[in-house]
Design a protein around this ligand. Structure first.
Ligand code: GMT
Length: 384
């Protein structure tokens, strides 16, 4: 198939899923056209069967807010027409689904057989999409999609609850490359960070408020105060970075905290880690936690959204009440005080991650595409 994929290029979940899915589909022989305003970090320049199409915006002085959604729609029009796309798969509803709807309207009968498939990821529903300034447009655009998927059962139910949806939403979970994300401890890296016997606690995110990075520092400081020798690694960057740095100074734990910034080979860091912390206020799936689990790292998370679907309490780590940093610290201390428990959880985390194997989930998308393409072609009586 000729597949158009649209996603964000940023250091966040939906962009990673769109990119890794593109690579998986390309490996299965599909031709993928990836559209975004910049090349995603995980998309190499030379990928067989993938072309990257940069959507550039004309920054005319009149535009305080250049209309990216319109530039994207124009790009979609060109690709549907000249690359003969069989389908358009957009990741994150805002504004991608709306641009896709507009592109199809522009092309009329020429694109009637090309389905729009929207994958809902998270904040496009739970935070941004539910904001009154976007809600009617998001609701309309989702209903105009020919196929809709959500990355967890939680997100599907939440979408039905917050919007008036007249479409079936299929749950296709996020996935992980088990070969890339496997435990492979590079001793020289570990030695550069910790001394013998010290533990490593890791957090990876885009440091938005919703990630509650300050809770990570609070948990870590309690673990240190319990007499456990450990280092905390913060991977990623974003708006809360300076707030959490200030908090670490206040808590007096700065010398044990390393801010590593955005990292390409995050699997090297996860491989060294003994526990992964995800205290988020909202998390529809928790892809970063899945990647950690795949590297055999138990997760201590909050109990929001799709996290309890992924992280099994008492098995692959612990699930604690949102904001309960004391409970989170107690669970980390419990794990670090019991080698058998920690080893069991490390193994269980990897076993759980194996249920989200990349190829298996890419095949689910492929089957879904075939179903939606066939259904639309029949509906519009398309003759190739
Ligand atoms: O919040 C992020 O880290 C990015 C965000 C997004 O929408 O791009 O991630 C969401 O999608 C990811 C991939 O499907 C999920 O794993 C994250 O749980 C979800 N984030 C939130 O719900 C806050």
């Amino acid at each position: 198939m000729n597949i158009g994929i649209v996603g964000y290029p940023t250091y966040g979940g939906s962009g990673v899923v769109a990119t890794e899915l593109s690579k998986g589909l390309a490996q299965r022989g599909h031709k993928v056209h990836f559209m975004s305003y910049a090349r995603p970090q995980r998309l190499d320049a030379f990928e067989t069967n993938i072309s990257f199409h940069e959507v550039s915006i004309n920054a005319y002085p009149l535009f305080e807010y250049p209309p990216y959604d319109l530039a994207l729609a124009s790009h979609m029009v060109n690709l549907i027409e000249y690359q003969k796309l069989d389908l358009l798969h957009v990741h994150y509803a805002i504004p991608h689904t709306t641009s896709a709807f507009l592109a199809k309207q522009i092309l009329g009968a020429k694109a009637a057989h090309v389905p729009i498939i929207t994958t809902l990821h998270g904040t496009d529903i739970t935070i941004v999409g539910s904001d009154p300034s976007y809600l009617p447009v998001v609701n309309f655009s989702i209903n105009q999609s020919d196929g809709v998927t959500a990355v967890s059962g939680f997100l599907r139910d939440e979408t039905y609850m917050r919007f008036e949806i007249n479409n079936a939403i299929e749950v296709i979970p996020n996935f992980v490359d088990l070969v890339r994300f496997k435990r492979n401890v590079k001793e020289h890296f570990r030695k550069a960070i910790v001394q013998d016997g010290e533990k490593i606690i890791t957090h990876v995110s885009n440091f938005r408020k919703v990630k509650r990075v300050t809770d990570v520092a609070e948990v870590f400081s309690r673990v240190l105060n319990a007499g456990i020798k450990a280092k905390l690694l913060f991977v990623g960057d974003g708006p809360e970075r300076s707030t959490v740095e200030a908090l670490c100074r206040e808590l007096g734990c700065c010398e044990h905290v390393r801010f590593l910034g955005k990292q390409e080979n995050v699997e090297d860091i996860l491989s060294l880690s003994d526990v992964f912390l995800m205290p988020s206020a909202s998390e529809t799936f928790g892809l970063a936690a899945l990647e950690a689990m795949s590297c055999g790292v138990p997760v201590v998370s909050s109990d929001v959204g799709g996290l309890p679907e992924l992280n099994r309490d008492g098995v692959t780590g612990f699930v604690c009440k949102l904001e309960d940093v004391d409970a989170m610290a107690d669970r980390v201390i419990a794990m670090f005080s019991d080698d058998d428990l920690h080893a069991r959880m490390q193994k269980a985390a990897r076993t759980r991650a194996e249920e989200f194997e990349l190829d298996h989930v890419v095949a689910m998308y492929e089957a879904y595409y075939e179903k939606i393409v066939a259904r639309l072609r029949k509906k519009v009586a398309y003759q190739p």
